[in-house]
Write a protein that binds this ligand. Sequence first.
Ligand SMILES: [Zn+2]
Length: 193
Amino acid sequence: MYCIICYDEGVVIERTYMRNEEQYSILALSWQAQQTIYADLVERPQIEACGVLLGLQEYNESGESALRWHIENVVPLRNSANSPVFFEFDPAELLQVEMQHSEHIVGVYHSHPTGYARASSTDRQNMQRVNQEQQIPWCWLIVCGPFDSTFAQMVEQGALPGKRMIAYYHHPEPDGPGLAKLNVELSKRHGVK
Ligand SMILES: [Zn+2]
């Protein structure tokens, strides 16, 4: 059982959940967040698009592990590596976003234009470093390409390519489950959870 303070329709309410942890690890993306990510991918299809995820986290009972992320919005950031296989935030730009949205940054997204459909070894190292060593409970969303005309068409028609999304979180406990995949939940349209 989890007692969680949760943000719903602009009001902070308390909820009690009876679920097991495995079923509970979810990254939920609002309609608005999806649209901003897709627009970003179509705009720079040849390089890794990247940015931060804004929203709220819920924790397990002990407060050690994050279990659910509600992503309300995203902020695309420059990929200063300008590479199809690597991304790097511009530190000054990231700092600016952190100052504007500090408590609301709950994760990072980036794209794999080559279509590589899982976390790279660099991704895994980053996740472990941030989630476990630095104890920052961010979630990690990867969208897999190619971001060609077919992809753009699917987005335009509202046929959201949810299968192209994979998400991760590295549990922070030293003897915990380690890197875990998250279920990605896509809101159908704005305001509907
Ligand atoms: Zn990656």
